[in-house]
Ligand binder design. Sequence first.
Ligand code: ADP
Ligand code: MG
Length: 708
Amino acid sequence: MLDSKLLMSFDFLNTAIEYLKGVGPKRAALLKSELDIYTFDDLLNYFPFRYIDRSKFSKVANIQSDSAYIQTKGKIHGLKTLGAQRGKRLVGYLRDETGDIELIWFKGLKWVSDKIKPNEEYIVFGKPNYFNGKYNFTHPEIESVAEAEKGVNATLQPFYSSTEKLKSRGLDSRGIARLTKTLVDQIHKVINETLSVEIIQQLKLIPREKALISIHHPENQNILNKAIARLKFEELFFIQLALLRHKFNRVQKVAGHNFSIVGDHFNNFYNQHLPFELTNAQKRVIKEIRANMGTGRQMNRLLQGDVGSGKTLVALMCLLIAIDNNFQACLMPPTEILAQQHFKTISQFLDNMPVSIKLLTGSTKTAERKLIHEDLESGKLNILIGTHALIEEKVKFKNLGFVVIDEQHRFGVEQRAKLWKKNKVPPHVLVMTATPIPRTLAMTVYGDLDISVIDELPPGRKPVQTFHYFDSKRAKLFHFMKQKIAEGRQVYVVYPLINESETLDLKDLMDGYESISRSFPLPDYAISIVHGKMKTDVKDYEMQRFAKGETQIMVATTVIEVGVDVPNASVMVIENAERFGLSQLHQLRGRVGRGGDQSFCILMTSFKLTKEARLRIETMVKTTNGFEIAEVDMKIRGPGDMHGTQQSGVLDLQLADIIRDEKILKYARNLATEILEHDPLLQKPQNAILANRLQQLQKYKYDWSKIS
Ligand code: ADP
Ligand code: MG
């Protein structure tokens, strides 16, 4: 019975769109090419993007804002075509009892002018435009009052986006609405429910059929809200269910090393070597990781923490737990400079402790490399720090138990997978990132990873003070730099890099370097320069000079973005700051403020700024909170464009918005977790409906294989 119903719905909804009354082959071809609408189901899922309240009309004289879509009613007069070729346009006026408003069309001139008849009343719908001291409507939708009255007689009229080509075949918003009306009138009893009765009752959702009808042609605002809520919930819920089921599955299937012991290495370090008290956030996160690694299941965890929050130390203490359990561990930063720095820092921390630690990078000499390989295989080596060189096939461990990947956004999923294979039972994996991904986003995209967050900076840190100077204030900038250098501080000056191969970028940098050299001459000042075109050893030499304090100014491209730690550097100057993205600006600023001194970040820009650039700069000046910055960043760029999420595919949400609908998302996630905890494979009869729907979505809608 259920099966035959399923079949019926499948058949009906998969009917080719040309068979819908009012479509036919020509319109069907356009619907396919313009909107990807091939079937009844595709049209059913082509939702309106707003609704017009047909009961409300604005008076022309009262139009005072260009912020909302409105409709006005009146007669259209004075239609004429102006200009020629590209400037050609049709203009006219809508008149009501309060005045005239100009109407302008740049496209479809003939279609519009043919449609408009004198002395007939029209409804004009659009967003008013403010130009030359008055309002106009550019490309409004028009409809005669007579037509409107015999059309869909609802107060809330759906508004669909259309294209010029569709409009020229009568499929403007109104035309599409007519089609969806024809369709929803036929879907009674063919729409299957996708959620179980319990969920529907628990969340007081309306049935799926009602929701689909109402999102196209709502009877009133109330039912529309319910329809949207139901469909948004469903969208987010099934994504969470899929992600979490994947995770539950992995956790069940893939065994992990059981790190049951916290032994001497950890305890001695904690009690005798740790130079400062851990922050509460560090303690909490270490506990989370420890508990996770002690379950006998493999850990896959994302550690988020703002720049300077002390992630390295957390990683180190977890490395010690691995050693306590007789496993080897490795730490993998994305660049050679960082690998060296981690090696140095960790070696210093572990000074006098019986831990063997080595560095492996692209420039490790053959003899040394051979030794490392031997010690790894014999088990003599406890910790290996290295770049990509570490993933190579020939690097074999005796018993790798724990892997830390630093600054994850530079790393692909495949690399993670290669590390998994370095032991028969895959090692625990901790991915550290300083690019704070808003939690809602992380929940959607990394639903498969567990997440730990360090949300606290070590005590005594003074937030970096940030200023914005226009280029014209360069003299003031140099004066400030001299003052800070006189106080014994060091300064970074960073230039943007759009494309390392572009000679232009390098020229910017060299010009800047020369200008600084003139204003900060030897012997009073010494300047380092570092850019991507330099050989690694030359680069390192310059970095070291700066780190040792032999030079006071470091002129660099963004190669210093990640991880470099020179606590005495307290000024970060960012040239052409308008050319950087928010998260990059935040990363760069994180290079200062690591010592006890008050640190400064100065954002230099030209006078002309786009609206977005201005928002980025203002945000930087206003806050040092990485999560706040990430939220703004996500709003500016859209979630699909965030670091590391490009391959997600999960973010092509149709209705829901992971920022605005955060509450629904949380609800969806909690419910999905609850269900899977009791029935990880969705095998219980009451969950069959969910399993079915997932299978259907997997097949037709989402490519879950991209998620991992
Ligand atoms: P990030 O999270 O950016 O990798 P680091 O691990 O490099 O941060 O830590 C930044 C600096 O803070 C380092 O110099 C580190 O030694 C120091 N640090 C880390 N934890 C603490 C703490 N609990 N108290 C004081 N300083 C700390
Ligand atoms: Mg770090």
